[in-house]
Design a protein around this ligand. Sequence first.
Ligand SMILES: CSCC[C@H](NC=O)C(=O)N[C@@H](Cc1ccccc1)C(=O)O
Length: 618
Amino acid sequence: MPRLTLDDFFRFAVPSDPRLRPDGGAVAYTLTTIDRDADENRTEVWLAVPGEPPRRLAKGSAARWSPDGGALAFLRPVDGKPQIHLLPMDGGEPYALTSATLGAGAPQWSPDGTRIAFSGPAGPGGAAPDPDAPVVADRLEYKADGAGLLRGVTSHLFVVDVATGETARVTDGDFHAGEPSWAPDGTRLAFVASMDSDRDLETGGAVYTVEVGGEPERLTEPEIICTGAWWLGERLVVSGLKGSPVGHTRLFELGPGGLAEVETGLDRNVMTGHPGYPGATPALLGDDLLFCARDHGCTHLYRAPGEKLVPEEVSVSGASVAAGRIAYVAATPHSAGDVYLIDNVKDVTRLTDHALDGVDLLTPARRTFTAPDGTQVEGFVLRDETADAPGPLLLDIHGGPHNAWAPVLDGFHLYHQVLAANGWTVLALNPRASDGYGEDFYTAAVGAWGVADTQDFLAAVDDLVADGTADPGRLAVTGYSYGGYMTCWLTSTTGRFKAAIPGGCVSDLTSMSGTSDMGYLLKTHEHPGDLAAQSPITHVAEVTAPTLLLHGEGDDRCPVGQSEQWFAALRERRVPVRLVRYPGASHLFILNGRPSHRYDYNERILAWLEQWVSGSPT
Ligand SMILES: CSCC[C@H](NC=O)C(=O)N[C@@H](Cc1ccccc1)C(=O)O
């Protein structure tokens, strides 16, 4: 069987957001594929029934079952804006229920199935903002990566009547309301918001409830920074952080005495699921709480306290519970995602087969390395084990810095498999600050970016050179976001890398702190140290590695100026450098941007490595 090639990029089909029908007999999910001709990502709602081949139901995403299982509500764009549609399951065509000016968010059925709540964008005075009007900012939160300049648009709650399509606005005001969750009696909605006038300078999110036609009532105190709230039966479960915004997300339950932490039995970060960060919203199985947490790179499904339900190497990216069954989506070393069903807590059945066919994939090997200070760090080594001589090595550095590599396939880093099939070794290391190794490890580089973790990368590379895996004359480094920062940092502090590819990088923490949508958080909590000393740009005179900079022009998290600064500094020093700018692309474009941009990103990495590193052994 052939190895994976870059053109397999267009064949990936990745499921997400599984939703069990209330009787537990079928799973609706979103399948994301690529429309190469339109240069678009395509989402469809699919249905998996045990014992039957999965089938496509409709164009759209975010499908949710009505409480009686007779209909699906889902999102489908109309004139470029997502609107809630209904699909009757007894036949019939889907039809639009909402016509929200700026679009709707994921549908949430009321317990009696007569109404659907959603959080959606609301313009000033209910109108769409004028894109040509001056943009006025009084707070730091005037832009957000992906959305761009907010121009006074806030997220608010709405409720639509399923029978009439009549839509009522539930919240209003100068704040953003998060995803709503219905109280079990259908009288009110819980949501997370920060309503403080200084919310851009203080971290905080509190849980509120609101009745249609009423005023929001705050339920939680500032000690916990709330990030999500879900009514699971009569229990109001909350995700949040204790005190600092840099640390593990935990689960709490709201009781008469306020928020009480749920005993997960783990020193692990709870993952509720965000782009680039797998996980699932918490759910109840009987009286037991199910949740996702990261462990040694993998994102697992747990039953509190601490029982891992799927022990293999997986990244769970969605789960739901009904009729005593659990549906989940997981990536594995050989699949970017499939839908699974768990019966009786232990019998696991795979319901779909969306893995690439006809491709022989290499399997990442878990390895542990010891840094000079004795800290153990883990990584995944991808290599064709039939290769015997020391070969070129690519060190790939993840972002966050609190993300983590998992030993599973994804549809973004195709260059890993392509390189390994061509004699390279790819090292995906989880250095200190990575997620999945406890909270002390997670916070071990706070205020010490580069300083704390450089030794981890170099120790791992040294080991791979010492054991004959890597040729010390053919080392290269890449990474995205924080990984781009670290790529610049490593090439400005060591001359060992023969080529460097920082993506969506950070080169100057000082300018970052005033231009990133998370710059203030960076300065106050993630890096409350000497920004200039810890900035790669301060040390740029030491760089010799030919450098390829890849950056989205619409990146508001790590603005493109970060690459521009590095580009100009290398060019004036006559270090070989190329800057590639992706028009309109946000920080997350390598995950969800234009397919042609994502393909190009992979292709250019391979070409740069071929140009500057491949070739004969040293
Ligand atoms: C507490 S750090 C939050 C930043 C955020 N984390 C999740 O991904 C993030 O976007 N990190 C960037 C790097 C960065 C860190 C801090 C401020 C701006 C950017 C990344 O993805 O690496």
